[in-house]
Design a protein around this ligand. Sequence first.
Ligand SMILES: Nc1ncnc2c1ncn2[C@@H]1O[C@H](COP(=O)(O)OP(=O)(O)OP(=O)(O)O)[C@@H](O)[C@H]1O
Ligand SMILES: [Mg+2]
Length: 345
Amino acid sequence: MSTDVNVKMDAIPGLDPNAMPLQVKDLHVEFRTRNGIAHAVNGVSFDLQPGETRAILGESGCGKSVTAQAIMGILDTPPGFVTGGEILYRGVDLLKLPEAQRRKVRANKIAMIFQDALSALNPVFTVGFQLGELFRKHRGMSRKDAKARSIELLDLVKIPAARQRVNEYPHQFSGGMRQRVMIAMALALDPEVLIADEPTTALDVTVQAQIMALLAELQRERNMSLVLITHDMGVVADVADRISVMYAGRVIEEAPVNDIYASPAHPYTKGLLESIPRLDLKGQELSAIKGLPPVLTNIPRGCAFNPRCRYAQDVCRHDPPVPLYQVSSARTAACHFWKEVKGDE
Ligand SMILES: Nc1ncnc2c1ncn2[C@@H]1O[C@H](COP(=O)(O)OP(=O)(O)OP(=O)(O)O)[C@@H](O)[C@H]1O
Ligand SMILES: [Mg+2]
């Protein structure tokens, strides 16, 4: 579906159609809480080519959703503040844009599917009304046209009997169908970048697979860039091009998906891979990573992962933080012992 009303993005100076749809550079976010400053995002960088899928992976609390919220400009402020870095859309730093222009980019170019579909939909309006509102508000469509467009979108996300279901309320949809509605809403204005934050966590396994397949199909058709946030390493294997693994608010390994699966270079990534349940090892205990991620008000010195790491030595326990080592031309890892971890030594 193409945008039929030309969106006036030319009012934003410096937009470069040849620049990448999204580039995050050295992003820092902190939460100023009663218990101290929680360092939720500590220098996250990644970029996204057109049509590319970037998975952001990591345990609960490592800063995945906060990164997404910062990109979308929907951080809970206060207590959350972006304290450094850049978020570039086609070469323009969104953090420096006036709010009105930023809102325009957010509405039209960068869309997000939230972790919790049920609370993102309004229970008192029909699904058709909520979809239609996007077209009425942002595209100036009539009620009739907006409804026709909404039905098309429900069809697109493969909701059966779209013509009838467009008049139903969110609670009348199953979890999987609701997530399809969320995808429809995210795609309504034809974004270039879609951020999907754990789009399938609340769903059962077969429905998860269907939703992931649908997302992948829609992305391919539209050459859309996708940021897929998940803590499930199993989910990303089939769909992602590149992976950023996060730990305590940092990207600790960044690589093409196949490289990571073949030979992880950070002990944390290795641990995540070993925790994927394997059907051929029935009954065998999972070698999940021991211990818990740090509290973000008190991140360990040196490498944040050192207390849980079987490779850790003295150098990992002291400042300065571990630099990002260039493992190959296409990948980096924040581990002094990456060669050993990878099995190169
Ligand atoms: N509203 C808030 N107030 C204070 N601290 C917050 C708030 N939101 C997030 N944080 C802090 O940021 C950290 C990262 O949260 P985030 O939601 O990004 O985790 P996540 O990686 O998305 O985890 P999950 O897999 O559970 O969704 C939290 O552990 C918490 O310390
Ligand atoms: Mg989250």
